[in-house]
Design a protein around this ligand. Structure first.
Ligand SMILES: [Zn+2]
Ligand SMILES: [Zn+2]
Length: 363
């Protein structure tokens, strides 16, 4: 994945060929010639987490010295384009001026190739914008602009681990009690009985164990985590062994959240699942978890690249993003609201209500 090493000339005419989404081939935009990329899901390596940390990213087979360019506005680290052309930052839309940075990073071991192509992503983007209520007109205009969408491989970590968790807490069971109350009926005060539900709490403690496979954590600082996690699920069972060819024609981001920091997020995500498991183990109608102690073992990980289409636009000094999962076509985005339109709509609603009131009053 060294700088400039990813130029793939067409075997027939020598033009620069790009990966063709939805296929396993590079396609020439001029003569249509296709070059098949040998893809395989065999040999995708899981690395041992503790061993890798102890190695301090030494000069072994799993790491490489890479050059990146950094966005001056949002600090995203992007793989330099082989053609050295300037391009807009996928995350903030500002033009990236080359600020080169060299560092030793873990190599990606696998990726999911693009399945959704640019045309389909553009259609999805337009559909998303047209469905928005109260969107500023400026945003609707953006939808007409082609070429704003960038195909991006975002860096991710996937972690595997075995866990054993000891917990203490309480189990609550509902039970029905008959109570009496005083009510006024037909002007008379009467006492009546009724049924009420109460909870009986008892102490609970136990142990649950669970193995995790491919717990996903985004390795980018620039891709907002909530947005990234909303793009899930990914079909990780279809991961393909990393090959430079798949990246041809797309932008690739370097990870900035390293494997150790990513693990912290993986622990949180695993804990969400474990808490659900603990609740099931406690049983009853209600559960309270007081303490939870999890031991992780056999931790391994992979560095993978996942494909998305991204459009970042500035609107009134704020950056908004639109994302498409380039495997499933799922769309996520943060959008600006037009306060002018909202105010107009509210004023109109109040006016209509007032008119209706007047009309009904006269009847
Ligand atoms: Zn060609
Ligand atoms: Zn940027």
């Amino acid at each position: 994945m060294s700088d400039g090493g990813r130029q793939f000339p067409c075997e027939q005419c020598g033009a620069k060929v790009e990966f063709s989404p939805g296929t396993d081939a590079l396609a020439c935009p001029y003569c249509g010639n296709q070059t098949h990329i040998p893809s395989s899901n065999e040999g995708i390596e899981e690395l041992d987490f503790l061993e890798t940390l102890a190695d301090h990213l030494g000069e072994d087979a799993e790491t490489e010295e890479v050059a990146s360019i950094q966005c001056g506005s949002c600090a995203a680290l992007i793989e330099p384009s082989p053609s050295h052309e300037a391009f807009p930052c996928p995350y903030c839309g500002s033009s990236i001026v080359a600020r080169e940075k060299s560092q030793r990073l873990l190599k990606p071991s696998a990726l999911l190739p693009f399945k959704i192509d640019r045309n389909r992503a553009t259609e999805l983007f337009r559909g998303w914008i047209h469905k928005l209520w109260f969107a500023p007109n400026a945003l609707k205009k953006l939808a007409q602009l082609d070429g704003r969408l960038q195909g991006l491989y975002a860096p991710y970590w996937t972690y595997d681990a075995d866990t054993v968790s000891a917990y203490t807490g309480q189990r609550g069971d509902n039970y029905t009690v008959t109570k009496t109350r005083t009510v006024t009926r037909d002007g008379k005060t009467v006492r009546e009985t009724y049924q009420d539900t109460e909870i009986r709490w008892r102490p609970a403690a136990g142990r649950v164990s669970r193995g995790f496979d491919d717990m996903l954590v985004v390795g980018s600082n620039s891709l907002p985590r909530d947005l990234a996690e909303e793009l899930e699920p990914w079909d990780l069972q279809n991961l393909t062994l990393y090959a430079d060819e798949f990246l041809s024609g797309f932008t690739a981001e370097r990870y900035q959240i390293d494997v150790k920091s990513g693990w912290k997020r993986a622990i949180e995500r695993m804990e969400d699942v474990i808490r659900g498991e603990v609740r099931r183990d406690i049983g009853g109608d209600h559960q309270r978890i007081a303490t939870l102690n999890t031991k992780h073992s056999d931790i391994s990980f992979k560095h993978v690249l996942l494909p998305m289409w991204i459009c970042s636009y500035r609107y009134r000094e704020k950056v908004y993003r639109f994302l498409v999962n380039a495997r499933t076509g799922e769309v996520q985005g943060k959008r600006p609201w037009s306060w002018v339109k909202i105010t107009l709509a509210s004023v109109t609603a109040v006016a209509i209500a007032y008119l209706l009131y007047r009309v009904l009053e006269q009847q």
